[in-house]
Design a binder for this molecule. Structure first.
Ligand SMILES: *Cc1c(COP(=O)(O)O)cnc(C)c1O
Length: 368
C-alpha cells in the first residue's frame, strides 16, 4: 500500500479473512456463524465487509437498526439479516426488505404481529430475544407462556431462533455469573421446546463468548469485534489481525519557543523549544478530545509523537521533538502499532468505541 497523502482508513480484507477463518476454526463445523456488521461494520464499511464475508460463506448477518439492513439489501446482499433492535415505526420497511426482526418485548411482538397481518407473507422468520442478566433488551424467562399465546394468534410467523446476550463474556471474574446466564438460557430453550413442540436455533455467544465459553456455542455464534481483529484478550489478539489502519500526513510543522502555547485555550504551553506537527484529522473524524493533552500518541517513522493541546474539530497537533520528519510524511494513528485497542486504552476507552467513531468523512481504502 502506498503512503497516505491524506487521512485514510485502510481496510485489510485479507486480515478479515484470516480473522473469520480463525474464529471459524474455534467452533464446531456444524455451528453457524453470524457476522455482526452493525455501525458500518464497526466503523469500517458495512457493504464491502458484508459482500466479502458473503463470498467467504458466512451464514447470517446482524445489524442493530432497520436502516442498516436496508443499506445491505440495496447493495445486493442476499444472506439472512437479523435486525437486533428494530423500532415499531420501521417494521413495514423491515418486511419489505426481507429483514428478520429480533422480538424483544411485548410491545414490539404485538406491533410486529399487527404489521405482518397486513402483509401477504407466510412463515416470516423472527428471532425471540431473552434477557438472562444483561438487563438491556429481551423477554424475561417467565414471559414464555405469553409469547406462545401471542404466536398462536397468528399463522404468519416462524420462530427461527431464540437468543440471548452475555453481559461479561470477556471478564474471568464474572465466570459464575456468565455460567448462570448460559444455564438460564438453556432452561428457557428447553421450556420453549416443551411447550411448542419444536426447537428453534439457539445462540448466545459474542466474540469473547466464543473464546471463553465454546461449550455454549449451541447452533450459531455472533461475532463482531473478533472479525475486525480484537478479542478482548492479549493471547487472542495475538492470533487476530487488525483490519483497520488509520493513517494521515503531516500538514505543517511549527517551531515553538519556550512559553508559547499550542491550540485552543492554550492548553499546551511549551516548557522548552518544541517542534509541533499539525495533522488533518480531529474530533469530527472520530479522534475525540479525550486523546488530547498527551493522553494519546501517534506514530511517525516508528517513533511516538504525543498529541499536545486540545484536539480540534478538523486537526490535532503532535509533539515531534527528536523525530526526523517533514511536511507530507505519513503518520499512523492506529493499526498494527499501536493497535486500536492500545490507542483506545490511552484515553481509558475500548476498541469498539474508537473504531465505530471513525466518521464517514474519512476516506476508506480497501486492500485485497
Ligand atoms: C454487538 C453484538 C454482538 C457482537 O459482539 P462482539 O463482542 O463485537 O463480538 C453480538 N450480539 C449482540 C446482541 C450484539 O449487540
Amino acid at each position: 500500500m502506498g503512503k497516505a497523502q491524506e487521512t485514510v482508513l485502510e481496510i485489510n480484507l485479507k486480515a478479515l479473512k484470516h480473522n473469520f477463518e480463525y474464529l471459524k476454526s474455534s467452533i464446531n463445523t456444524s455451528t453457524k456463524f453470524l457476522a455482526v456488521v452493525k455501525a458500518f461494520a464497526y466503523g469500517s464499511d458495512a457493504v464491502e465487509i458484508a459482500k466479502y464475508l458473503e463470498k467467504l460463506g458466512v451464514d447470517y448477518f446482524a445489524v442493530a437498526y432497520v436502516s442498516e439492513g436496508i443499506l445491505l439489501r440495496e447493495a445486493g446482499v442476499k444472506t439472512p439479516i437479523l435486525v437486533l433492535h428494530p423500532q415499531k415505526i420501521n417494521l413495514s420497511k423491515l418486511i419489505k426488505y426481507n429483514l428478520e426482526p429480533s422480538l424483544y418485548s411485548p410491545y414490539i411482538l404485538k406491533a410486529f404481529i399487527a404489521t405482518v397481518e397486513n402483509h401477504t407473507v407466510t412463515d416470516y422468520p423472527v428471532h425471540i430475544k431473552f434477557n438472562t442478566g444483561l438487563n438491556r433488551l429481551g423477554f424475561w424467562e417467565n414471559d414464555i407462556d405469553y409469547i406462545i399465546d401471542k404466536l398462536k394468534g397468528t399463522s404468519k410467523l416462524k420462530v427461527i431462533s431464540i437468543f440471548s446476550h452475555l453481559a461479561a463474556s470477556e471478564d474471568h471474574n464474572e465466570k459464575e455469573f456468565t455460567l448462570n446466564q448460559i444455564d438460564t438460557f438453556k432452561k428457557i430453550a428447553a421450556e420453549f421446546k416443551a411447550k411448542t413442540g419444536y426447537q428453534p436455533m439457539m445462540h448466545q455467544l459474542n466474540t469473547s463468548g466464543i473464546i471463553n465459553y465454546p461449550e455454549a456455542q449451541f447452533d450459531m455464534v455472533r461475532s463482531g469485534i473478533g472479525l475486525y481483529g480484537f478479542g478482548n484478550d492479549a493471547l487472542v489478539d495475538s492470533k487476530l489481525i487488525p483490519v483497520m489502519t488509520l493513517k494521515t500526513v503531516i500538514s505543517q510543522i511549527h517551531m515553538i519557543e519556550p512559553g508559547e502555547s499550542v491550540g485552543y485555550n492554550r492548553s499546551f504551553k511549551a516548557p522548552r523549544y518544541a517542534k509541533i506537527a499539525t495533522l488533518p484529522l480531529g474530533h469530527a473524524d472520530g479522534i475525540g478530545r479525550q486523546y488530547g493533552n498527551e493522553k494519546g500518541y501517534v506514530t511517525i517513522h516508528g517513533k511516538k509523537a504525543p498529541i499536545v493541546g486540545n484536539v480540534c474539530m478538523d486537526m490535532l497537533m503532535v509533539n515531534i521533538w527528536g523525530i526526523d520528519c517533514k511536511e507530507g510524511d505519513e503518520v499512523i494513528i492506529f493499526g498494527e502499532h499501536p493497535t486500536a485497542n492500545e490507542f483506545a486504552s490511552s484515553a481509558k476507552t475500548i476498541s469498539y468505541e474508537l473504531l465505530t467513531a471513525i466518521s464517514q468523512r474519512v476516506k476508506r481504502i480497501f486492500i485485497s
